[in-house]
Ligand binder design. Sequence first.
Ligand code: ZN
Length: 145
Amino acid sequence: MTHTLNGSCHCGAVHVQLDPGKLVAELPLRACQCGFCRRHGARTTSDPEASLHITAAPGSLGRYRFGRRAVDFLICRECAVYVAAIIEDDGQAYGVVNVVGTDLPGFADHEVQRLDSHDETDEQRLARRKAKWTPTTLVEAVPNA
Ligand SMILES: [Zn+2]
């Protein structure tokens, strides 16, 4: 049985909903080794068969870019939690959700996979993200939950 996972930033202004499309136990839990994710202690998950929906209260979302500037790191402006990271390609967004930042349930027993992607070219990086990240929609609206 699969069920929808709900999480949010600390203050609740940014809500995430992940439809895993499989058992949560089969989703990865990754520790990205980039400087940003290490500083946040971020643990992310994504799956191309899943779908991620982000609802952000109007004006609550900050976007941070660094390095090759390909990725938008979504930060809540109210409580400063790192919520998710997204890329867009051909009008489709792909994302990873920060399980720790959004307190997403179901990952307590997961083994953490270390992700080190220093050596990738831009093309390899985009291809990997499109293959592994989750198709994502993002709307600005006041979250219900
Ligand atoms: Zn917040």
